[in-house]
Design a protein. Structure first.
Length: 360
């Protein structure tokens, strides 16, 4: 006969193992989930535009990263950048829902897609770029200043040589032939699974040990398990990116740092970030192991005529735009700034022509 105390320990362990296994290896394949209903408009073979709100104010266009699924910007009811913007004065939000990429899609094509989304919203928008979307919207604002009413860049590498991370050691240390072989193996596309594995390598202990252990220890914490399962489901929504775009990013943005050096060209036209004059808000995470803050702050010096405000939030990479801390501190102030006249940025921020810092 098993002593009652040991039986309780055994049952508790069994329940933990069951919960841990269910979340770690779900029976059903992951499917994208959006927290907020939206109208959907086909824009091109590469992107759909999701539309939220029906007010008459200046619209916001959120440009999501093309790696994994765009629903990260509308992740859950209590972790949604879309809902945060709408709750703090923004009346209309458009969001890029990137589709499976055609292999020949390049950086220029992706910028065309963003401009097409902006045109659908009226032609002039508040541009908000998340991660990859951040350097894309900065390029759009530089190439066609008429599109941007303001610019918000979150967790985006503008100057990829401004600070070093394991990601940059990985990119700099491998020859272009390696990245070309990844694309060739994917049939012209950089496979999403390969990209996710590459990000896992940057934090091997956390991904392989710490995160699963914390799930085990907090198996009876329903809120923790739910959030862990939701994030893991999103992470398993592997979506590749065009091989042509991927190789351009590796070669020109990371290895060559052409955007920060003023050497980036799109269809022959040089991308001059100094042409940006609209209010710029820069959001970075103090724990971001992919894009350290200095790579984001670099836009200040590269766009000297733009009034810039910094937001440093206690967050990792994707937490910059979907974490509860950042959504509860920085983003409400950013949303408020978008609904104010150009000369009124954020409480405590700098007037046009100067620089300001706002803690997140």
């Amino acid at each position: 006969m098993i002593p009652p105390g040991l039986a309780g320990i055994w049952l508790d362990s069994l329940e933990r193992w069951q919960r841990w296994a269910e979340v770690s290896w779900p029976a059903e394949p992951p499917a994208p989930r959006w927290a907020t209903a939206a109208d959907q408009v086909p824009i091109s073979r590469s992107v759909r535009l999701r539309l939220y709100g029906d007010g008459a104010g200046m619209p916001v266009l959120v440009v999501t990263p093309q790696v994994n699924h765009s629903c990260i910007a509308d992740f859950s009811e209590d972790q949604s950048l879309v809902r945060t913007l709408l709750a703090h004065g923004v009346q209309r939000v458009g969001l890029t829902d990137w589709l499976e990429p055609p292999p020949d899609h390049d950086i220029a094509d992706s910028l065309d897609d963003i401009v097409a989304c902006a045109r659908h919203l009226g032609g002039r928008v508040h541009l908000v770029g998340l991660c990859q979307g951040g350097w894309q919207v900065a390029m759009v604002a530089a190439l066609d200043p008429s599109v941007a009413a303001s610019l918000t860049v979150a967790a985006a590498p503008i100057d990829t040589h401004a600070d070093s991370t394991l990601l940059h050691a990985f990119v700099f240390g491998l020859p272009m032939a390696f990245f070309e072989s990844v694309v060739a193996a994917g049939g012209g596309v950089a496979p999403g699974r390969a990209l996710s594995m590459g990000f896992d390598v940057l934090k091997p202990f956390e991904r392989a040990v710490a995160d699963p252990t914390l799930l085990w220890l907090r198996a009876h914490d329903e809120d923790h398990v739910r959030r862990y399962a939701e994030l893991r489901r999103w992470y398993r929504l592997n979506k590749g990116i065009s091989g042509r775009l991927y190789l351009e990013v590796v070669r020109d943005l990371f290895k060559g740092n052409h955007l920060a050096r003023g050497q980036m060209r799109v269809r022959g036209e040089r991308v001059d970030l100094g042409r940006i004059e609209v209010p710029v808000q820069l959001v970075a995470g103090s724990r971001d192991h992919i894009t350290p803050p200095e790579q984001v702050w670099a836009l200040e010096a590269l766009a000297p005529r733009a009034p810039c405000t910094r937001y440093l939030v206690d967050a990792g990479h994707i937490g910059v735009f979907m974490g509860r801390t950042s959504l509860g501190t920085a983003w409400p102030r950013i949303a408020a700034a978008m609904t104010q006249p150009r000369h009124a940025l954020t409480p405590g921020s700098a007037p046009p022509g100067t620089r300001g810092t706002a803690s997140g």
